[in-house]
Ligand binder design. Sequence first.
Ligand code: G
Ligand code: G
Ligand code: MN
Length: 458
Amino acid sequence: MLLAQRQLDSLLLHVEQSAQNMTSLIGVPCSSQTIQQLRQQLAITPNVGNIELAASGQVYCSSLQGVVLPGIENRESLKLYLSSDIKALQGHPFVLFHLQHGPWGLYTSTDGYYIRNILEAASALAPVSMITDHGWMAQDGKIHYDPAPHQGNFFIQSKQYGFSLIADVDPDAVISTGLKRGRLMIIILICFSVAAGIAAYIWSKRPGTSEMLLMDAMKNKELHPYLQPILKGEPPIAIGCEVLVRWLHKDNLIPPDQFIPLAEQTGLIIPITQQLIAQVTDNFASNFKTSKPFYISFNVSAKHLESEKFQEDFDYFLSRVGHNLILILEITEREILSDNTQVAQNIAALKAKGVRFALDDFGTGYATLEILKRTPVDIIKIDKLFTSGIGKNDICNEIIGNIIDLAGRLHADVTAEGVETKEQVDFLKTQGEIAYQGYLFSKPLSLGEFKQYLARVN
Ligand code: G
Ligand code: G
Ligand code: MN
C-alpha cells in the first residue's frame, strides 16, 4: 500500500504541476489562443487528461472540448476529488485537481484508469480503496459518493494530497495462507511482479506520452544545439556563445521552455545535455581554432549538477578542445540547487580545470543571494526582463546599475541578455565593460550558420 501511495503521489504531482503551470490562464477568456495553450500544456505533461477553466464553479473552457457552454458542469471548491460526471466523458472516472483564485477556477484531471491500475495492483491481499473528501474509488475503478462502507484496518494517508488508502486485511488469513501456501505465494508474487513490470513497460511505451516523445526525439537526433553569439568591446566582437537547445520535429521548431521543464522533472535533461555536449564538441569546438580566448556556455540543470557524473560529462568537452576555448556553465536561479557536498565537489573540481560558472536569469528567481553566498560565480547574466526595460522603466536602469555594482564587488563579469536596441547598448556602455547577448547582434544560430557568422564578423 505504501508503494501505491507513492505512485499516486507521483501521479498527482504531475496533475498539480500542470495546474501550477497554467495559473496565468485563470480567469482568461476562452479564445482559440487560450485553448491552444491548454492543449500545449496537456501535450507536455504526463498523465494529465484534461485542463479546464471555470468561473463560479462552472467550466467554460476545456482542452478537450474547447468552449464549454454554461450550466453544464458545476463543481464544488475542493482541492482534490473524484468524478465520473464530466459531460464529455459521461460515466468515465476522473480525478481532478482544483485551484481557485476568487471566482475563477482551474481544473486539471487525470484518467481514473491510471488510479484504478495502481489500486488493482495493490489489492493482491485485500481490496484497496482510495478515499478523498469528496468520494471514494474502489479497486474496480468505480467512484462512489456515499460514505466508505468499511473503515479498514490498514490505513495510509498521503502527506502531500488529500487522499487516503484503506484496506481490510485479515492478518490471520494472510499469515496462515502465507504459511500454508508459502511457495505458491512466492510464485504468484513473482508472476504478479513480472506481469506488473510488463504492464508498466507497455503502458510507459504508449505512443503519445510526452516523456516518450522526448525520448524518441533524442533517439531520432531531433534535438540540436543552436549557438547565440556573446559580444564585447567597442565595436562589439564575438567573444563566445551560449548553447541553446532546439527541438526540430517534422519541420516544427518546439521551443525549449515547452520541453525543458519535463526533461528536468523526468531526469531526461542529463542525457539531453550529454547529447548537446557531444554535438557541440564533435561538430564545432574540437576543430575550432582561435588565438584569443573564446567562451562556450552551456545551461545546466540542478539535477545534473547534483549528479556524480556531472564532471565526467563535461570532461568529454574539456579533453577534446584547444586551451583557448573556455567552458562556462550557467546555473539558473529559477531552480532550487541543493546545498550538498556533491554539488560543491562538482563545482570545485571543474573550476580547478578552468571552467567558469555563470549565474543565469539574475534577479528573476528566488535564491540569488543564497546561491551567490555559497557558489562564487565568475559571471552574472542580467535577465532580458531588465534589459528590455532600459529607457522605459527607471527601476530597470536602477536595478541594472545595482547588479553591475554587486558583480564588481564579487569580481564577477556581467553579460546582459536580450539586448535588442542600440539605446540599450548605449546605456549598458555607461555602466562598465559588459558583454552583450541578444537579437540586436544575432538570434541563436545552427552550428553551420554560427561558423559562417564568425567568418563574416570576426
Ligand atoms: O533558447 P530559449 O530559447 O528559448 O530558451 C528558453 C529557456 O530554456 C531558457 O531559460 C534556457 O535557459 C533554457 N534552455 C535552453 N537550452 C537549454 C539547455 O540545453 N539546457 C537547459 N537546462 N536549459 C536550456
Ligand atoms: O538561458 P536563458 O534563460 O538565459 O536563455 C536565453 C533566452 O533568451 C533564450 O530563450 C533565447 O532564445 C532568448 N533570447 C536571446 N536573445 C534575445 C533577445 O534579444 N530578445 C529576446 N526577447 N529573447 C532573447
Ligand atoms: Mn542561459
